[in-house]
Unconditional design. Structure first.
Length: 476
């Protein structure tokens, strides 16, 4: 079907006001957040209801038109922009964005897919509850995108990934059928738990249009500190001890290298170095509790850290004594992704290894970079409690632009690091997903039986391969 025919069809199905086809209106939807992936479609469709989504998908399926689902377009792996074919549509969920119900008694809330994550957090807060998913893009990413990528973030150590925060979903299948799986039940063993097929599928099996989410008691007290270590081994050992010491309260455990800390301080507005001299390794730790006061938990954390000092492992520590100080510490952490974009060309790796293997990974990765890519600065930030590291090889823009074959160089570099992770039982994609960027890694690092099963599931749900084609799965 020609592009103009696709536009006309979408206008008649979803209404002219829900279809963008002017170049200027479509442009932001054809490039990713980091400006590394581009594509083009006939139009961008903004459905206003689940029924709209159903009608659009049924039409596209019948006419074999590719559908590229899009939420807040904050994907870091090319999952949210279309391919270059042009004869496709982008389906953006932004207009399906109602908070349907917040039920404090049931500790649940039902929301439509286009709700911005920060708005969901605020709605929970209004009824004295917590929706714990938190990440740097929370002001613009949508819950549908969080679900589709099974996003992680900074609270996974206590509350799990997005998958763990979901009670039910509503999804539209590639042929347009609507599955209403919105439930608030905590127990329901009545057959396969199909919601988990769609969570983390990155839009390749259908569109998530709504979800019922778990809420938690809003913490009454918080204690936050930033710790400095000379060696990464010390930082990880201390992190493991903190997990043992505060099993119910530890909600954040973030590891940051000096190189990364400096980058964030250099580029993020209104940040201040809490240390007199920046340590080699930094750990941001946060406790949250529904009993006692912030002062009491801050005292407990301070007391614990005093012992760590006496052990000689901990070199420096700043404990937040006000909400403002706490916010300032987190600002440094949450500004990292944007600061890295300003700093240079960062080749980012979203690996995970067992937590105790982090020091060995960092040592081996550092040696590999030094040997093969001496122009790269190793930059590390990670959700240490989950073994998830964003290991970044930072190049200057000038160096990177002068390379003859950048994609080849990137693959060589990344596979060096993925080999190290794989040898430790780790993964090449911990929380960001596969998108289009990591498809080449799938046949190398994933079990062939697992890939074959994934192809079977895809063929069952989307035999015409209209949903986000070319993402996640390698060609069979
Ligand atoms: C500053 C910054 C910080 C980040 N920090 C983290 C972090 O800590 N942890 C983390 O896990 N990620 C992080 N990310 C990555 C990203 O924000 C998350 O993966 C987020 O969940 C994506 O949501 P989105 O709405 O932007 O989805 P998009 O980027 O628009 O889409 C992501 C994928 O989901 C699909 N999709 C979107 N909506 C739907 C839907 N309703 N139904 C079916 N498929 C859909 C898309 O096709 C695409 O494949 C960060 C990104 C940025 C820019």
């Amino acid at each position: 079907m020609e592009a103009n025919e696709i536009v006309a069809a979408m206008q008649s199905i979803a209404g002219a006001a829900s279809v963008a086809s002017a170049a200027n209106d479509m442009a932001p939807h054809f490039i990713d957040w980091r400006k590394r992936h581009t594509g083009v479609s006939a139009c961008v469709v903004f459905p206003r209801s689940t029924e709209d989504v159903s009608n659009v998908l049924a039409f596209c399926n019948e006419h074999r038109i590719k559908v590229f689902p899009q939420g807040g377009n904050t994907s870091t792996c090319g999952g949210s922009v279309p391919d270059e074919s042009g004869s496709s549509i982008v389906l953006n969920l932004a207009k399906i964005n109602r908070i349907v119900e917040v039920n404090a008694q049931d500790n649940s809330m039902t929301v439509q897919a286009g709700c911005i994550l920060a708005d969901i957090q605020a709605a929970a807060d209004q009824v004295d509850r917590l929706f714990p998913l938190s990440l740097g893009a929370e002001g613009s990413c949508q819950i549908g995108g969080n679900l589709a990528t099974n996003a992680g973030g900074t609270n996974v150590v206590r509350f799990g990934n997005t998958r763990d925060l979901v009670l039910g979903i509503e999804a539209v299948l590639p042929d347009g059928r609507i599955w209403n799986g919105l439930r608030t039940l905590r127990k329901n063993n009545s057959g396969y738990d199909l919601k988990h097929l769609f969570i983390g599928a990155e839009g390749t099996l259908g569109i998530i249009t709504a979800a019922t989410l778990k809420l938690f008691p809003k913490p009454r007290a918080r204690a936050t500190a930033i710790l400095g270590f000379a060696h990464v081994q010390d930082a990880v050992d201390e992190g493991i001890k903190l997990q043992m010491q505060f099993p119910g309260e530890l909600v954040g455990l973030e590891l940051i290298s000096k190189s990364e800390f400096d980058i964030s301080l250099r580029h993020a507005a209104q940040t201040r170095n809490p240390f007199e001299a920046t340590p080699e390794w930094i750990v941001l730790v946060e406790l949250a509790a529904s009993s006692a006061t912030s002062e009491a938990w801050t005292d407990r954390l301070t007391e614990y850290l005093r012992f760590a000092f006496e052990d000689g492992i901990l070199r420096d520590a700043v404990v937040a004594t006000s909400e403002q100080q706490r916010a300032d510490l987190w600002k440094i952490r949450h500004s990292i992704t944007e600061s890295n974009v300003r700093e240079g060309m960062g080749i980012t790796h979203d690996i995970a290894v067992p937590t105790y293997c982090i020091p060995a990974f960092i040592e081996q990765a550092g040696k590999a970079l030094q040997q093969h890519f001496p122009d790269a600065l190793p930059v590390v930030v990670g959700h240490m409690g989950d073994g998830n590291l964003h290991y970044i090889a930072m190049f200057s823009h000038t160096y990177w632009a002068a390379l003859p074959d950048r994609r080849k160089t990137q693959l060589e570099l990344s596979h060096l690091l993925y080999d190290i992770s794989a040898a430790m039982g780790g993964t090449f994609s911990a929380e960001h997903g596969i998108g289009s960027l990591h498809v080449p890694e799938m046949p190398i690092y994933k079990d062939p039986v697992e890939i074959a099963l994934m192809h079977s599931v895809k063929a069952l749900l989307d035999p015409r391969d209209t949903m986000n084609p070319g993402r996640v799965l390698p060609q069979s």
